[in-house]
Design a protein around this ligand. Structure first.
Ligand SMILES: C[S@@+](CC[C@H](N)C(=O)[O-])C[C@H]1O[C@@H](n2cnc3c(N)ncnc32)[C@H](O)[C@@H]1O
Length: 368
């Protein structure tokens, strides 16, 4: 098979170029030694003499024997003899950033592991050791190990439900695992819009980089505005860029567009943020229940509204939690119409991750 011989640092750029032109063969990139790599080309790719290749050589190479199905098979044979438990069995990809939790036994071989992963996974740009989530912003401590093109940054783009989103896993929380929940949010808001017969203003005070929004914006006429924010300034920077990008596709300008970097519990002190939201999202799973009362002043008055959120709660305590949630809303002045709370997945031996919703209305007549 024909391969384009490229300096290692340019591999990613050439992969993108070949892929976008439909010239990239499905075989893996080959290590050629002396700092060069072979990018596999389809026979339909332009000839070596074409100026598109900027003078880079083409090489015919025999197809590699049996397909290499796992990156471990690309390690030096002496490393492959180590116990299989030396190597991580799982990793997470966000855009072109691969994050791997390293066992102590892996650490001395982290560079070799990262190189084998880059060789096996052409869509990966940088491999990082993932030392877990830290602090109130739930941000990962990442240590970049090796990059395909020298770019060791963790800023990248992910695609979700057809939209591109800027993320940076070392600076702001994002999890693609909650994408089904975002779908459910859309369903709940569609049903609220049906009741209200007009576009909705959504408050997302723990918005992170804003993954709740693209799906809502894609639904014609669903959003009439947003109050979005986060306490983490790095998240707010990405959120602002993402919202600017996504909102370009809206047919009508939303009535409210406010992005803030502030503790959600203090939004109630700002008249520009209160009594406007038709729905409020509460995504601070370890503390959601403790924050609910301080968020209720964000709701619009005299109209049906929806509180939707996620929390980590004791397993099996759903009935008590439903009552607790209803009381929190009533204490804040909501005339509660319905309360729902369901486990979504296990969190630990004693706790579950639950989603919850409360529907109701805040009436001027009820407030003191
Ligand atoms: C679990 S993440 C959810 C992020 C986003 N909604 C998502 O689904 O990807 C919680 C977010 O709340 C932010 N946060 C933590 N404490 C906060 C507070 N008191 N007020 C506002 N945001 C807070 C964190 O920085 C983080 O981005």
């Amino acid at each position: 098979m024909r391969h384009l011989r490229v300096p290692s640092a340019e591999t990613q750029a050439w992969l993108v170029q070949c892929k976008s032109n439909g010239w990239l063969a499905s075989a893996s990139v080959r290590a050629l030694g002396e700092g060069y790599r072979g990018v596999p080309l389809l026979s339909s790719a332009p000839a070596e003499s074409d100026p598109i290749w900027c003078g880079l050589m083409h090489m015919e190479m025999e197809e590699e024997g049996p397909t290499i199905s796992h990156w471990v098979e690309r390690l030096d044979p002496s490393l492959q003899e180590l116990p299989p438990t030396t190597w991580p069995s799982a990793y997470e990809l966000q855009g072109d950033v691969l994050m791997v939790k390293l066992e102590p036994a892996t650490e001395p071989h982290a560079q070799a592991m990262a190189q084998a992963m880059l060789d096996q996974l052409p869509n990966v740009r940088v491999v990082c050791a993932d030392n877990g989530v830290t602090g109130e912003f739930r941000v990962r401590e990442l240590m970049p190990l090796l990059s395909r093109n020298g770019d060791m940054t963790t800023l990248t783009k992910v695609r979700e439900h057809g939209a591109e989103m800027l993320v940076d896993p070392s600076k702001a929380y994002f999890s693609s695992r909650l994408s089904t929940q975002r779908h459910q949010t859309l369903h709940s808001l569609l049903s609220l819009r049906k009741e209200r017969q007009r576009g909705l203003v959504i408050a997302d005070p723990y918005a992170g980089v804003g993954p709740a929004f693209p799906m809502l914006m894609a639904e014609p006429g669903l959003l009439d505005g947003w109050l979005a924010g986060d306490l983490n300034p790095a998240a707010v920077e990405l959120l602002t860029k993402n919202l600017n990008q996504w909102s370009r596709s809206l047919s009508a300008p939303p009535s409210v567009q406010r992005v803030v970097c502030r503790d959600a519990r203090h939004w109630q002190d700002d008249p520009l943020l209160t009594q406007q939201a038709d729905a409020v999202l509460v995504n601070l799973p370890h503390d959601s229940f403790d924050h609910i009362e301080s968020l209720l002043p964000l709701f619009v008055r005299n109209e049906p509204v929806l509180l939707r959120g996620w929390a980590i709660r004791e397993r099996g305590a759903e009935d008590e939690d439903r009552i607790h949630l209803g009381r929190l809303c009533e204490n804040g002045g909501m005339k509660v119409q319905s309360v729902n709370l369901e486990p979504v997945k296990g969190f630990s031996a004693t706790k579950s991750f639950v989603s919850f919703e409360a529907k109701g209305m805040f009436s001027d007549a009820f407030s003191s």
